[in-house]
Design a protein around this ligand. Structure first.
Ligand code: GLP
Length: 241
């Protein structure tokens, strides 16, 4: 398995050894790896070499370290194509994952005029203010705050929002969702995100702001989401014209 006569560097062979075990699920997400010392003894190599291999896999996000606890196998990243306006529920189902929601807040509120302006409604109009933790296979992926004009979605309830908002808009209200614009940036985890996304405070997160329009031009939603950067990534195909 480790061939000291091979022209391939030992650290590289160790990387391949670990990757293979992740691929064939001998090492599962969340599993702790044998310690550097144990691996060095098993393969009769230096701890420095083991550390180099592990550092490379940490940089590739296949492994992560917990201070004082050891090195663990990371969850697989969710790669989200940037084509197509999809919902969180659809995105997770398309990957064979089970979506769920933890509803933190649902109410009708008067909000910041900057928000009503974006929504194209009167500043005195109340909007649905909704906060949900979005989970995939039971683990938190994103914290999402949605602002939705009440007029557009009569009958929206906490129960409905526990499932798919887009499904309700399209299948129950028969609205046609047309397009969305999305701004993607970076942010650092606040105390809320620490609590709800199970990350460290100050950890980098992906921040996404989406504004979605119906076919008739009205704005359906303004949504601010923070996604765990260790679990989520975006993919786009670019054509050179
Ligand atoms: C994504 C988008 C949100 C949208 C949501 C709908 O998370 N960022 O803007 O509101 O999908 O998801 P669902 O239909 O699962 O509630």
């Amino acid at each position: 398995m480790i061939d000291k006569n091979s022209p391939l560097p030992i650290y590289y062979q160790i990387e391949e050894y670990i990757k293979e075990r992740i691929q064939n699920k001998q090492f599962q997400p969340g599993d702790i790896l044998p310690s550097e010392r144990e691996m060095a003894e098993t393969f009769n190599i230096s701890r420095m070499t083991v550390r180099q291999a592990i550092n490379n896999l940490v940089n590739e996000n296949l492994l992560f370290r917990k201070k004082g606890k050891g090195t663990f196998v990371a969850e697989k990243k969710i790669a989200q194509p940037l084509q197509g306006l999809t919902s969180f529920t659809e995105d997770m189902k398309n990957r064979g994952m089970i979506p769920s929601n933890r509803l933190l807040f649902f109410d009708e509120e008067i909000v910041d005029p900057a928000i009503t302006k974006e929504l194209g409604i009167d500043p005195s109009a109340k909007v649905y203010l909704i906060r949900r933790v979005r989970l995939a296979d039971g683990s938190p992926i994103a914290l999402e705050t949605s602002y939705i004009p009440i007029d557009l979605t009569p009958g929206l309830t906490a129960d409905v929002i526990q499932t798919s908002f887009y499904h309700y808009v399209e299948d129950t209200l028969n609205h046609t969702i047309d397009y969305g614009t999305q701004v993607i940036g970076a942010t650092l985890a606040s105390t809320d995100e620490k609590e709800y996304l199970h990350v460290e405070k100050g950890e980098p997160l992906l921040q996404i702001q989406r504004k979605t329009h119906l076919k008739d031009g009205r704005v359906l939603e303004l949504v601010r989401s923070s996604y765990r950067a260790d679990r989520y990534t975006f993919i786009t195909t670019m054509h050179r014209s």
